[in-house]
Design a protein around this ligand. Structure first.
Ligand SMILES: [Zn+2]
Length: 188
């Protein structure tokens, strides 16, 4: 079994991939070609199959296994190298991030409209009561400030899904996993 310079064993369990390069899961050092080849990881790399929509190249479906038939309206894409898998991962995360932002912005808009209607209603009812009006102004200002901070954080959120690209244990083979599915495998 090969070892990283940090002493950590290099195995399918400890290795991870970023920027298309195998890295040590403990110290994050990039593994040189020799260390990588020595574990025969290169041979154990499992090509990843994804299905891309024919009409929308930003729409994907993930098969549970590589032998699954391509659903109608999709075309198969084989990610047959670390680099290809990594590039796909980056692109997919960027697409999902953008979709998520649009959805969140729409949710905010909807929420704002409802909030405005509710506040107009309350304002109409407390009109002519200076103490109530002043209190209401202070409360809404505080709520708006809190909400703005929360939204700022929400809009910065980025998806960070990934493939398990090494066939360590075939029974445990996963497709795509991301935070959206609570890191459970996402299948078509
Ligand atoms: Zn290391």
């Amino acid at each position: 079994m090969a070892q990283c310079a940090c002493g950590s064993e290099i195995s399918t369990q400890t290795i991870y991939v970023s920027d298309g390069k195998p890295k040590c899961g403990r110290c994050r050092a990039e593994l040189d070609d020799y260390a990588f080849e020595n574990t025969s990881m290169a041979q154990r790399f499992d090509p990843v199959l994804v299905f891309q929509s024919v009409t929308d190249d930003r729409e994907f479906s993930f098969p549970g296994r590589n032998t699954e038939a391509c659903p109608p309206g999709y075309k198969p894409i084989v990610l047959d190298s670390l680099r290809a898998a990594d590039q796909f991962t980056k692109r997919f995360n960027a697409i999902e991030g953008e979709k998520g932002r649009t959805e969140r912005a729409l949710n905010h808009l909807y929420f704002d409209q409802r909030t405005k209607a509710r506040r107009d209603d309350i304002r109409a009812r407390i009109r002519g009561n200076p103490r109530a009006e002043s209190l209401f102004r202070q409360v809404t200002a505080m709520m708006d400030k809190k909400r703005a901070a929360k939204r700022d954080q929400e809009m910065r959120w980025q998806p960070n899904g990934s493939f398990q690209v090494f066939s360590g244990d075939a029974s445990n083979r996963q497709g795509w996993a991301d935070s959206e599915t609570d890191w459970r495998t996402r299948k078509s």
